[in-house]
Write a protein that binds this ligand. Structure first.
Ligand SMILES: NC(=O)c1ccc[n+]([C@@H]2O[C@H](COP(=O)([O-])OP(=O)(O)OC[C@H]3O[C@@H](n4cnc5c(N)ncnc54)[C@H](OP(=O)(O)O)[C@@H]3O)[C@@H](O)[C@H]2O)c1
Length: 233
């Protein structure tokens, strides 16, 4: 089986690519510095593969990148896309591009699988590390369900090696946290003392987070915990 993984050099891709290779698949990585060196926001060469797993993404332009990639697919039997829980409920520009990407995949005519995941532990760590730099830590009032990128990679590997399944059950982490709890856990592990101060998030996105619209209520749960992730760094 020939599989092209876009974004295979990223946080998620670095876990997924070895799993796919272990299965015996021939895996080619597409990224701006990958085996196929290509910027998906520009001209994309023809992509000939049995399966495309589309992970490449950034802060802007995911919808454009996804449409460009879909248009370049030749003979692809299965297109697997990773999206984000809340893509259809939290009004943030970045999430709108994820939803538009999902819609492009669904409309492409290529048999597909779409998995929505919660924030990866790595991203949660980047957030709390940034917040904890300040002597008094302002913490947006929001709940999160961080999931380990290795659990997402394992789920995606199974999906990529299986049949197209459409939108599958969301994957969140094993526990729900206030962001403040994540910050405190990080400060404890780092041996730091800081005062944390909750701050409300403004606007429609803030309302969506306060209402928990970024959370999965009945999705699957990963196994690896935030505490294990912090301890294992
Ligand atoms: N991080 C999270 O918490 C989270 C949660 C749910 C879903 N997701 C989704 O999971 C996917 C992977 O996330 P990640 O955290 O692994 O991302 P990441 O670590 O930032 O990696 C992004 C990957 O995409 C490639 N890339 C970025 N822009 C590109 C472009 N214009 N053309 C070609 N390649 C490009 C990068 O490689 P080069 O720099 O070499 O191009 C890299 O391999 C994304 O679609 C993201 O939306 C992430």
């Amino acid at each position: 089986m020939k599989i092209v993984v876009t974004g295979g050099t990223g946080t998620l891709g670095r876990h997924l690519v070895p799993l796919l290779r272990e299965s015996g698949a021939g895996v080619t990585v597409l990224s701006r510095r990958g085996d196929i060196a290509c910027d998906l926001l520009g001209d994309v060469p023809p992509i000939e593969a049995d399966v495309v797993v589309h992970l490449a993404g950034g802060q802007k332009g995911d919808d454009v990148a996804t449409r460009n990639l879909l248009a370049a697919c030749r003979g692809v039997r299965h297109f697997v896309y990773i999206s984000v829980i809340g893509a259809d409920t939290v009004p943030l520009a970045w999430l709108r591009t994820k939803l538009a990407s999902e819609e492009a995949v669904e409309a492409s005519g290529i048999p597909f699988t779409i998995l929505r995941a919660a924030q990866f532990h790595d991203l949660a760590l980047t957030m709390v590390r940034g917040l904890a730099k300040l002597p008094i830590v302002p913490v947006p009032a929001m709940r999160l369900q961080p999931v380990d990128a290795r659990d997402v990679a394992a789920r995606l590997a199974g999906l990529a090696l299986g049949r197209p399944a459409g939108r599958v059950t969301d994957l969140a982490g094993p526990a729900d946290f206030d962001l403040r709890e994540l910050v405190r856990g990080y400060l404890t592990v780092e041996g730091k003392r800081r005062l944390t101060v909750p701050i409300p998030l403004p606007g429609k996105a803030g309302k969506a987070y306060r209402s928990g619209l970024n959370l999965s209520l009945d999705g699957d749960r990963g196994a690896r915990t935030w505490e294990e992730f912090l301890a294992g760094r």
